[in-house]
Design a protein around this ligand. Structure first.
Ligand SMILES: *Cc1c(COP(=O)(O)O)cnc(C)c1O
Length: 389
């Protein structure tokens, strides 16, 4: 059964909770109270809805992909999160948490970022709401994603290189958490997905579920299948949540199979991971036999994370959502397919979800399938060009 909210300890069944340093507990408790009050407050909701409409461009369209539908023998609809301001669903969360930051009287925001998409969405919200913005980013990611680093700087953010560990996303999250322990009185941490200690997974789900609520309104009847890519799990949570437990709606989350599950180089935290504590919550994660976190691998930076939101772990064990995967190569093929058939360049993350649909097309024959097109692919064009030689 779907839970409206986690239990007293912040758990979805056995998953979730708040495994955080003592110094952060008061801030997490205060955040839970602030969020609960704000979410019940018509003036907060009104301000957020106004910005979602006039600044983000919501509702995002639901587009019927005619040519690809014919080609695949299914009825394929695209929920166009790629058309949201900054090019993905992430702005839904950063804007809402930015407003919450102001409501709490805090003036400084920190965030972690992998490829820079969450960093850009956070820097954007901070520019709009006049908040100071500091983004932690792995050294290796800074090299790989120079354009997004410059974007964040243009938006007025400070980007702090993280040299510990492998210099990637998981190290950036750890650095942001360290900053927060020291700065919590003046600073809010805008986490980028439905991950982290309670109340973040629940709060970010509430901020992203607008995707699924719109989808419900945009359709005469619920679809047969909804497919979304799963990194930390926020776009999938957003589109799934209003449909979870509904009869006849198959929900499918697509994780990164990287170079192939057998290679060991992938990001399939639910499919191949096991329960453990990562970044403040109990969830499925990639870990070795000693419980050390393993590096994830994916062509797609947004899916390159060794954990997943705890509510997804709960959905998996409760049989409410199916979690499958697609490889780097399948995603690149799907990227080309959508570009040529519909004139849309999808984010490589979203291309993973399309890749699964393509692979399963004969099983899905005649059914109505919604793909959550979580973001646009302009950011991935160089990478695809390199692969294509
Ligand atoms: C960040 C990102 C994702 C993965 O994050 P989730 O929290 O799993 O949604 C997926 N798609 C796009 C376009 C992204 O930018």
């Amino acid at each position: 059964m779907r839970l409206e909210r986690p239990d007293q300890r912040g758990r979805f069944g056995e998953f979730g909770g708040a495994f955080a340093p003592e110094t952060l507990m008061p801030a997490l408790e205060a955040l839970e109270i602030e969020f609960t009050n704000a979410w019940r407050d018509d003036s907060f909701r009104g301000e957020l809805d106004g910005l979602l409409a006039t600044y983000v461009g919501r509702p995002t369209p639901l587009y019927h992909a005619d040519r690809l539908s014919k080609q695949l023998g299914i009825n394929l609809l695209l929920k166009r999160e790629d058309l949201a301001h900054t090019g993905a669903h992430k702005i839904n969360n950063t804007l809402a948490q930015g407003l919450l930051t102001k409501r709490m009287g805090k003036k400084r925001v920190i965030a972690e970022t992998g490829a820079g998409q969450h960093g850009v969405a956070t820097a954007t919200a901070c520019a709009l709401l006049e908040l100071e913005c500091v983004v932690y980013m792995g050294e290796k990611d800074i090299e790989r994603q120079a354009l997004n680093v410059y974007r964040m700087k243009l938006l007025g953010a400070t980007v702090v290189p993280v040299t510990s560990g492998a210099g990637t996303l998981k190290d950036a999250v750890s650095a942001a958490l360290r900053d927060w322990v020291a700065s919590v009185a003046t600073t809010h941490y805008i986490i980028g997905s439905v991950v982290g200690p309670h109340p973040f997974p629940w709060m970010v789900r509430e901020f992203q579920k607008v995707i699924g609520e719109e989808l419900k309104e945009q359709m005469d009847a619920p679809p047969d299948v909804i497919v979304a890519p799963v990194g930390g799990g926020s776009n999938a949570m957003g589109v799934f949540y209003p449909f979870v437990g509904m009869d006849g709606v198959d929900l499918v989350g697509v994780e990164a199979a990287g170079l192939g599950i057998a290679s060991g180089l992938h990001g399939a935290s639910i499919g191949e991971g096991s329960p453990g504590v990562l970044h403040g919550s109990m969830t499925y994660m990639l870990q070795d036999e000693f419980g050390q976190v393993l590096e994830a691998h994916s062509i797609s930076a947004g899916l390159d994370y060794p954990g997943v939101g705890p509510e997804h772990a709960y959905f998996n064990d409760a049989g409410l959502v199916r979690y499958v995967n697609a490889t780097d190569a399948q995603a690149v093929e799907a990227f080309h397919l959508l570009a040529r058939s519909e004139g849309i360049l999808p984010a490589l993350e979203s291309a993973h979800a399309l890749a699964w649909i393509v692979q399963e097309a004969s099983q899905l024959s005649g059914r109505t399938v919604v793909l959550n097109l979580s973001g646009r692919g302009d950011k991935d064009v160089q990478q695809v060009a390199r692969l294509d030689g």
